[in-house]
Design a binder for this molecule. Structure first.
Ligand SMILES: Nc1ncnc2c1ncn2[C@@H]1O[C@H](COP(=O)(O)OP(=O)(O)O)[C@@H](O)[C@H]1O
Ligand code: SF4
Ligand SMILES: [Mg+2]
Length: 319
């Protein structure tokens, strides 16, 4: 039996016009699927297009081309009215917890708001708010605190409780732990995992911190210059990279066994501009495995193994 997907993203592209004859391809032909109760980690350096993917999928910004299908509904073609109805099904958790909370609302009022907008009865809302507060591990006595009275970790828990209050099918978490210290970071990830087990929610977990991503994600997609260049189950990707960029990214964070004296694999040079991209592989100017063919066509995301996709034509030459 195959996996059933709740979300399918097909050939998503987002172009920002940033000047005369200057088209910035923030997201370039991105496709992926998300299963029920699954977490897909979206990793990449700053500017690689992660946030833009998240916002296009939620239609907080309009994709230039491509399709997003949620539970069989084509989100990309919905009217504003129908999109508003679908909001309770797909939510966003922001990077900056404090900035994303209304400072004049108490904890319970923040969590209540999406339920109110969704038209839930008062009694249902009261019960759900309490349930969500407990689920994210907030103490009962913070219920009437204002965001400014909370720690960053508590603020982010409120943001998560708000996002999950309407029991959405999926949530985009955009760098949700980046403002937290390392121990609060791990705690929050465990909270998210518990919530997922309890509610069966699917997550897109965006981060440039591979340690956090590896801890929560079932699969990981790596982005470079607007493209997804490799996707695989987390364990597979940690042990076997099939794209030179992934190999470099992981070699920088995985602690090599000192006994083995592994040299870190480095890709030299700067990330090029995403404005008016040339045809060919996005890594071609920097890639140590580069051959002439790499400049001719943009490689497709190809299955190198079941569940393991790479956008490198020479994937089999990586050791
Ligand atoms: N509204 C916008 N207008 C112009 N360029 C944008 C806009 N939003 C994002 N970008 C550009 O798109 C690229 C991807 O940005 P982003 O999705 O924020 O990356 P990430 O989240 O991976 O850091 C960057 O080059 C960024 O400067
Ligand atoms: S397709 Fe060519 S340039 Fe691109 S990553 Fe593979 S070997 Fe390098
Ligand atoms: Mg971002």
């Amino acid at each position: 039996m195959g996996m059933s997907y709740i979300l399918e993203v097909e050939n998503l592209t987002k172009v920002f016009n940033v000047g005369k004859d200057a088209d910035l391809y923030a997201v370039n032909n991105v496709s992926f699927s998300l299963g029920k109760g699954e977490t897909l980690g979206l990793v990449g350096e700053s500017g690689s297009g992660k946030t833009t993917v998240g916002r296009c999928v939620l239609r907080l910004i309009e994709p230039t081309t491509g399709k997003v299908v949620l539970n069989g509904v084509d989100v990309t073609s919905l009217s504003d009215k129908d999109l508003r109805k679908l909001r309770s099904e797909m939510q966003l958790v922001f990077q900056d917890p404090f900035g994303s909370l209304n400072p004049r609302l108490t904890v319970d009022e923040v969590i209540n708001e999406p339920l109110f907008l969704h038209g839930e009865e008062k009694q249902t809302r009261r019960i759900r708010v309490e349930e969500m507060r407990e689920l994210v591990g907030l103490e009962k006595d913070v219920h009437n605190y204002y965001p400014a009275d909370l720690t960053a970790s508590e603020q982010q828990r409120v943001g998560i409780a708000r996002a999950l209050a309407t029991k959405p099918s999926f949530v985009v978490l955009d760098e949700p732990t980046s403002m937290l210290d390392p121990s609060a970071r791990l705690e929050l990830i465990d909270v998210l995992r518990d919530i997922q087990t309890e509610l069966g929610t699917s997550f897109i977990f965006i981060s440039h911190d591979l340690t956090s991503v590896a801890r929560i994600s079932h699969r990981v997609a790596i982005m470079y210059l607007g493209h997804i260049i490799e996707v695989a189950p987390t364990d597979t990707l940690l042990s076997t990279q099939r794209h030179p960029y992934s190999k470099a990214l992981l070699s920088a964070v995985l602690f090599p066994d000192p006994a083995k004296k592994l040299d870190p694999f480095v890709i030299e040079g700067e990330i090029p501009t995403a404005i008016n991209p040339e045809p060919g592989c996005p890594l071609s100017g920097r890639c140590p495995y580069h051959k002439e063919v790499c400049d001719k066509v943009t490689p497709e995301l190809l299955a190198v193994k079941e569940n393991h996709l790479s956008r490198c034509v020479h994937w089999d030459q990586l050791s």
